[in-house]
Design a protein around this ligand. Structure first.
Ligand SMILES: Nc1nc2c(ncn2[C@@H]2O[C@H](COP(=O)(O)OP(=O)(O)OP(=O)(O)O)[C@@H](O)[C@H]2O)c(=O)[nH]1
Ligand SMILES: [Mg+2]
Length: 198
């Protein structure tokens, strides 16, 4: 899959605002600061397409990007930022869970986890939701440039051990938005799901 165009179309704060067309979508899920917006920008070859939130944890919207005039990339708000008040955290949870539960157009989730660290409890909770709602996902280990090459294979094995129990986990790919490593693998994995009929 080659991305030739990408544009921001909509920030959704309420599920009634979701696009009504039948374009398939890929959603990007992960803790705040893990690299969701950077991944979208790299996949689309754009420096600042995906908005970076001024303050981590402040973005409460599902940001929709139209790709190749055909698909949507959905940048989900990051979770796990400690300073976010409980009330906002629970409204975030409801919005994202309802989206994952009911969105027929959702073809695949990219679940981002920092390559330097083990998956957090919240990461595993998200993957639990994906499993429960039968949404297939690919785990992307982000910021791979920060892991010494000699350690990468053991980090990948740890991730495999953490995620292999989930039937919905289709692949685990190390990625760096600095070097572009992993980009073509991610695009290849996405293409398989985007071209399936709904
Ligand atoms: N070294 C390195 N830094 C990265 C990489 N990806 C993202 N970053 C940095 O990590 C920080 C957060 O990246 P974002 O892409 O804004 O993360 P996000 O997940 O969209 O964050 P929220 O929107 O707040 O949830 C930024 O300073 C990025 O430059 C990477 O692959 N390598
Ligand atoms: Mg972001």
């Amino acid at each position: 899959m080659k991305i030739t165009s990408a544009e921001f179309v909509l920030g959704v704060t309420n599920l009634r605002q979701l696009p009504k067309d039948s374009c398939r979508e890929v959603a990007f899920l992960g803790r705040s600061n893990v690299g969701k917006s950077s991944l979208i920008n790299k996949l689309c070859n754009r420096k600042s397409l995906a908005r970076k939130s001024a303050e981590p944890g402040k973005t409460r919207e599902l940001n929709y990007y139209l790709v190749n005039n055909q698909y949507y990339f959905v940048d989900l708000p990051g979770y796990g930022y400690a300073k976010v008040p409980e009330q906002i955290r629970s409204s975030w949870g409801k919005l994202v869970e309802q989206y994952l539960k009911g969105r027929k157009q959702l073809a695949l989730v990219l679940q981002l986890v920092d390559a330097r660290h083990e998956a957090t409890e919240l990461d595993l909770m998200m993957v639990g939701w994906l499993e429960y709602y039968e949404v297939p996902f690919v785990v992307v280990l982000t910021k791979a440039d920060k892991v010494p090459r000699s350690k990468m294979s053991s980090h990948l094995s740890e991730a495999r051990a953490a995620f292999h129990a989930f039937a919905g986990c289709r692949d685990i790919i190390a990625f760096s938005s600095v070097t572009g490593d992993g980009k073509s693998e991610i695009l290849r994995a996405m293409a398989q799901f985007l071209d399936d009929p709904i």
